[in-house]
Design a protein around this ligand. Sequence first.
Ligand code: ATP
Ligand code: MG
Length: 441
Amino acid sequence: MAIQKPKGTIDILPGQSEKWQYIEEISRMVMSDYQFHEMRTPIFESYDLFSRGVGETSDIVSKEMYDFLDKKNRRMALRPEGTASIVRAYVENKLFGPEFNAPYKVYYMGPMFRYERPQGGRQRQFHQLGVEVFGSNNPATDVETMALAMDLFHQYGLKEFKLVINSLGDITSRDTYRSALIAYLEPFTEQLSTDSKARLHKNPLRVLDSKDKGDREIVKDAPSILDFLNEESLQHFEMVKTMLEALEIPYEVDSTMVRGLDYYNHTIFEIMSDAEGFGAITTLCAGGRYNGLVEEVGGPETPGFGFGMGLERVLIALDAENVEIPNINELDVYVVGLGEESNIETLKLVQAIREFGFSAERDYLNRKAKGQFKSATKLNAKVVITIGEAELESQTANFKVMKTGKQETISMKELYKNFDKVYNLQTTDMTAFNDFFNKED
Ligand code: ATP
Ligand code: MG
């Protein structure tokens, strides 16, 4: 039997890869507007980075890691998320130093790996676009970063999504809340799922995040973290809301929302799709503030804010909203070469056209004119240049603009020398221009 791809992975084929390029291109443009710079870190790291950075009790580390021993028995892992690696690189390269502009703002884009049960919008190798900001406690950083995420979705052409925010407060607020939550959950211990039971004392906030139906019923009436925020945490959260309003960004507050990762505090947020037919899993993007993580990984006390966006889910949203993706791989010229004798001239001409910066394609199978024209139409070529026996003889070519049907004979010499000028002249639609002058007459 032929070998198949690993479960939970996909081949992104031509026809689909253009959609990825579209998203990637827009993302890079938006990142530049916000002055975020790209950072590329290794796809695998030491296991300990994630167990420390993401948290031992998280689903990601406890169940979903692709970890392995290398040939020298070092425990390694394929990265399940981006933040821990970026923080490691930030610390290891001392990017907190005075020669670097603070806040330090980076983004990453690439594959992540989690051993999960594959389903729509959930794969074992998937792709995230994420950003991290280091060194700012200003709530404006929280809001600008959320605005950036919202802006990305707008620029992709999506309309039906919403921003949901919450605050986990600072460590003091979180500790007070933690005790209150344990006190609330303890009487339900026996009814909780096995996972939640194990987390009840280790990390009770995680119980709020449980997807188990029974757990969800129990946590429905749990105390709200927002009632436990101390003065400082409350002030930060109020300022975040005021600033979102100043930018006229609509949002909802969901006090039961906690994020799966251990390191969050203060503002956390998710962006969810509202699109009909999106499917059950609607979170496209999630993130928040993580003061404390840089220290955890061995760096100086540094506030952080970031998010991770699932690109497969962005693609599902684009489909669900029927967003039209522009063709970024257009064909300018198809060269029809007729007969074996035209092979070398065709070869030279497509290369010359490409060197002028236009895209060009040709036939390689010595097909008849009809078959070649069919390909040109299918590829949506804007221009078809034909070289037949007569043209070879006279060193000319037939230049046809497909949209208008306009044809002209052009000398080969002119094509090789001034292709750009010929192309622009021939393809310029003169109808509007002529209409205008005819009217003036
Ligand atoms: P979920 O609750 O769906 O499991 P998560 O909390 O594990 O999500 P994060 O770790 O916050 O997700 O990752 C951020 C984003 O990455 C998610 O909102 C989602 O869009 C995407 N994502 C996470 N896991 C997967 C996966 N296995 N396949 C595809 N996309 C994923
Ligand atoms: Mg998950």
